[in-house]
Design a binder for this molecule. Sequence first.
Ligand SMILES: C[S@@+](CC[C@H](N)C(=O)[O-])C[C@H]1O[C@@H](n2cnc3c(N)ncnc32)[C@H](O)[C@@H]1O
Length: 270
Amino acid sequence: MRPPENTPSELAVGCSPLGDYHAARSLAESLSLPLLGTVRPRDVRDYPVLLFLDEHGLGLQVTGKGAPGPVRAEFVTGKAGYRREHGGGTGQLIAKAVGLKKARQPLHVLDATAGLGQDAFVLASLGCRLTLFERSPVIHALLSDGLSRAALNEQSAPIAARMALQSGNSIDWLSQAGAGAADVIYLDPMFPHRDKSALVKKEMQVFRTVVGDDDDSPALLEAALAVATYRVVVKRPRKAEPVRGPEPTTRIEGKSSRYDIYSIKAFPAG
Ligand SMILES: C[S@@+](CC[C@H](N)C(=O)[O-])C[C@H]1O[C@@H](n2cnc3c(N)ncnc32)[C@H](O)[C@@H]1O
């Protein structure tokens, strides 16, 4: 059986002695990936990267000695957990970019490039209802695992409940959807990364081996502009060119990222 589209062939599924072996087996079956069984990632030589299930959940794990820790979709602990408790509320740039304050109503945001769901989680924690699309079956599996774990935690469960994850290419979905299927459409396609931080590099490298570059982002922007009711927001590295297509109406710049805003119509007053 061929692996699903966008699943790299040099990937296998492994499990720690404390991981759920049955879950690892069904994951390997559903993604048509080899199952290595119970292994220690540092001892694996035949596969550079594993989808690895341990007692903390599912992670994308580089193998061999001295490899960095796993990449996970994490909402309970770590950065997302901290931001949930201490984040800047509707003052955050992403909240301004989607128009949270102007909207005066709970927004339905379609995140058409879900990745590990970090941006979507911030918006859901501010009250938005999110529909997320992820086309890489491997990243989809990581995100699905992260959301399931978030649903078991008292603080993150109500936020995760506002996030509905779909698999597949959002361009296909948007092409079938009528105008107005989402209030705001949020895009954060992959971009060649020039960040010098070693940690970001390592994380992004393994992520990139799985998803590659999103060369079709102009088609995604065009499809999103035909469907969003109020605006399309595109996250870019601060100095990058906008996605090829119409000029953004306005932009909001942060330290390393920028949000290009394509306004379709104003939010209703009052
Ligand atoms: C840079 S990551 C997004 C990171 C995300 N904003 C976050 O906060 O974790 C881009 C992701 O979008 C996905 N993607 C890109 N184009 C897509 C499309 N047309 N449909 C579905 N997923 C897409 C890629 O597979 C990749 O996982």
